[in-house]
Design a binder for this molecule. Structure first.
Ligand code: GLY
Length: 407
């Protein structure tokens, strides 16, 4: 990216193993870190920020007990309920199967969430992952064998958006909203993935949103930051990524992540005009209220290049075609963010996961989408992607869906 802060952080980063705090601490000390920025949720959950803090290194990332915003669905739902913050659907938390059947009967549609980290694979939705209440009950029973609790929620109908906010615990700043595409195949078909691509628009809204929807997401997040402080006595310093859904009755909270989204970070960070290092300093010093955080007014479309087998169930006939060589040709003005790839002596190899995030940035979504597509066609090998992400046709479907929902 052109942002000097992000470029310098990219040079000085460490990737896993997250369970090995000693290695991470040695790395931090070797660099004489002024502060650390923690990317994924696993080290947050292990208490890396607490360990760094004990060694005198502040972090952009919440301490373990605050990372519960992501790692414990019941912590967040209960806090939102306790402090009267709008945004919760109907929900209950269960630590045993007692009462689950009766509660399932009360809900028109059901979402089941394990209370704990599951690598994004644990949430199951009626109509997508199971059909009947009996299946929901069986899944709850399964979850309770591995997790201390299960959260059962009413299924909400609407369009989702991600609002990645930056917080120093007292001030919360929104970045432009983004829409992710979790399903593996064109037309939102197939299994859920970590995210196949995402887009953001020039006006820092999304074509199906009203201005008050962004405000509602930010307002909920500000109240959650305040409640988190009142609940724990600690300021939440880091990213509060709110997943929201716009329903007939307004904006509802789906969940929080305690980090930037993948791929959603690739939409908003390249637009950041303010030096990211200055933002990090403001977060750790608690002075975010004094720093104007600005983004370019441009549209972005990000599409992930993945191995053909990515996301397929193990028994699928194509599930074996993974680790393969790819060649990257002329990608024009697109930005490429390399993810699960290995550089070997004879070239670049994909692994089993998402390989390269390809981002088009332009004055309009149409242009940004074309820049991304053209770059993807310059990547040769057994790769796949979702050509529909960011296209006018798919965005129109979102607009029509939202119109129908709002009545
Ligand atoms: N793309 C969703 C996530 O980062 O969790």
């Amino acid at each position: 990216t052109n942002n000097p802060g992000i470029a310098s952080l990219a040079e000085k980063s460490i990737v896993g193993p997250y369970e090995d705090l000693a290695t991470i601490m040695a790395f931090a000390k070797e660099y004489g870190c002024e502060f650390a920025v923690i990317g994924p949720e696993d080290p947050l959950n292990l208490g890396i920020v607490d360990a760094l803090g004990a060694a005198g290194i502040p972090a952009v990332g919440p301490r373990k007990k605050l990372a519960r915003l992501e790692t414990s669905k019941s912590f967040t739902r209960d806090m939102v309920r306790k402090y009267g913050i709008p945004g919760n659907p109907r929900y209950e938390t269960f630590t045993s199967i007692d009462g689950i059947e009766a509660f399932l009967e009360e809900l028109p549609g059901v979402v089941v969430k394990p209370d704990g980290l599951t690598g994004g694979k644990g949430v199951k939705v009626q109509g997508d992952h199971f059909q009947t209440r009996r299946e929901a009950f069986e899944y709850c029973r399964e979850v309770l064998q591995e997790h201390p609790a299960v959260v059962i929620e009413e299924k909400l109908e609407g369009e989702e958006f991600s609002l990645q906010c930056i917080s120093d615990g007292k001030t919360v700043v929104a970045t432009p909203p983004v829409q992710d595409h979790k399903r593996r195949f064109v037309g939102d078909k197939g299994p859920n993935t970590g995210g196949m691509g995402s887009y953001s628009d020039r006006d820092h809204s999304l074509p199906f949103m009203r201005p008050e929807d962004v405000k509602a997401g930010l307002e909920i997040t500000r109240k959650v930051a305040e409640a988190t402080y009142r609940e724990t006595g600690d300021y939440y310093k880091g990213v509060m990524y709110g997943g929201f859904i716009i329903t007939r009755d307004g904006v509802r909270l789906v969940e929080y992540n305690a980090r930037f989204g993948d791929p959603e970070a690739m939409n908003i960070l390249p637009l950041l005009k303010t030096d990211f290092i200055e933002i990090c300093r403001a977060v750790v010093n608690g002075t975010l209220d004094r720093l104007p955080v600005e983004f370019e007014k441009k549209a972005t479309v990000c599409k992930y290049i993945v191995p053909k087998a990515y996301g397929l169930p193990k028994d699928h006939p194509d599930a074996k075609s993974t680790s393969a060589k790819i060649d990257v040709g002329d990608v024009g003005s697109a930005r490429l963010y390399y993810s699960s790839v290995d550089r070997k002596a004879d070239g670049l190899y994909m692994t089993t996961s998402r390989a390269i995030g390809v981002v088009g940035i332009a004055a309009s979504l149409d242009e940004a989408e074309k820049i991304a597509e053209s770059a993807i066609s310059a990547v040769k090998g057994p790769v796949d992607h979702r050509p529909d992400i960011g296209t006018r046709a798919l965005i129109q479907r979102r607009i029509d869906h939202m119109k129908k929902i709002r009545g």
